[in-house]
Write a protein that binds this ligand. Structure first.
Ligand SMILES: Cc1cc2nc3c(=O)[nH]c(=O)nc-3n(C[C@H](O)[C@H](O)[C@H](O)COP(=O)(O)OP(=O)(O)OC[C@H]3O[C@@H](n4cnc5c(N)ncnc54)[C@H](O)[C@@H]3O)c2cc1C
Ligand code: FES
Length: 275
């Protein structure tokens, strides 16, 4: 194993430098780590909460001075314990793991929802210096859960960009789901790439739209993960391991696993459960 792999696989204990509440169920945690600081958009870390679990989290900030952050949605035991972590307390991390989004310099669309925005924000920051145009569509159930609108608007103010926000209850932006305006925009324009991350049903709908409008797509998938290095098989989807072959997959790869993508994932007991 190379020195780099040995180093990133080693558990590092990092201090929580900042905790920010983003919504009733989501918090951002900032820490310093020289390896994560060099990660690419789409890569993730395994976060160890002693005595509870170790869970995968996308990196949402990677700065050259070492500052990094993760955005954590409280959904179960591990994320609840993570939400209890306070400024100055510690976390265990290893990684960064997985592949990253491939950058496209043409006209691109980014579609995200919930904590799925985590890898899409650093992606938009990178694309801002590269792409001809960026249409960013983000969706949430309610205004309270609509995350990072200001940060996304700031990033896109530097390019030919537009932000379209949707809420299911109509409390902010367009009423409905993110895939509705995405479909309308695809109908009117030509795009060189669609990037998506969020609920799998949303990403599945984006794959269908990508096929209809003959646009390439990259989606970042979530699966149960234990080892994160391709050994345990927890994260399997068809012929792929999400931790090693992903988490970012192309439209072509997703078509190869269409029996599972948008339908099933492996649960904790090893049985398939609906996504
Ligand atoms: C590559 C990768 C990157 C990820 N990045 C992030 C991230 O940036 N931010 C983040 O908050 N999460 C992210 N996740 C998901 C995160 O790892 C899980 O939410 C976490 O492992 C749940 O652990 P838990 O013990 O709290 O909940 P569990 O006890 O594992 O789950 C509790 C319940 O919540 C459901 N559940 C699990 N995950 C989710 C989810 N994501 N959304 C809604 N319901 C869910 C389960 O089906 C179960 O019913 C990522 C996952 C992967 C694979
Ligand atoms: S998490 Fe173990 S193989 Fe992917």
């Amino acid at each position: 194993m190379s020195g780099y792999l040995t180093a990133i696989n080693r558990l590092r204990i990092v201090k929580v430098r900042e905790v920010k509440r983003e919504s009733p169920t989501v918090k951002t945690f900032t820490f310093h780590d020289k390896f994560c600081a060099k990660a690419e958009p789409g890569q993730f870390v395994m976060v160890w909460i002693p005595g509870v679990d170790e869970v995968p989290m996308s990196l949402s900030t990677m700065r050259s001075d070492g500052r990094c952050s993760i955005i954590v949605g409280e959904v179960g035991e591990a994320t609840k314990a993570l939400h209890q972590r306070k400024l100055g307390e510690t976390l265990g991390i290893r990684g960064p793991y997985g592949n990253s989004f491939t950058l496209e310099n043409g006209n691109v669309m980014i579609v995200g929802g919930g904590t799925g925005l985590a890898p899409l924000i650093p992606l938009a920051e990178k694309l801002a210096g590269l792409s001809k145009g960026i249409s960013f569509v983000l969706g949430a159930k309610t205004q309270d859960e609509l995350l990072f609108l200001r940060r996304i608007k700031t990033v896109l103010s530097k390019v030919d960009g537009r932000v379209i926000a949707t809420t299911e209850d109509g409390s902010y932006g367009l009423k409905g789901v993110a895939t509705d305006p995405a479909r309308e925009i695809l109908e009117k324009g030509t795009f060189d790439m669609i990037y998506t991350c969020g609920p799998e049903q949303m990403m599945y709908k984006m794959l269908v739209l990508a096929e209809r409008y003959r646009t390439p797509l990259q989606a970042s998938l979530e699966r149960l993960m234990r080892c994160a290095i391709g050994l345990c098989g927890s994260c399997v989807i068809g012929k792929f391991m999400v931790c090693k072959d992903g988490p970012v997959f192309s439209d072509e790869q997703l078509r190869e696993v269409k029996d599972e993508f948008g339908r099933f994932k492996m649960g904790r007991t090893g049985k398939k459960v609906s996504v």
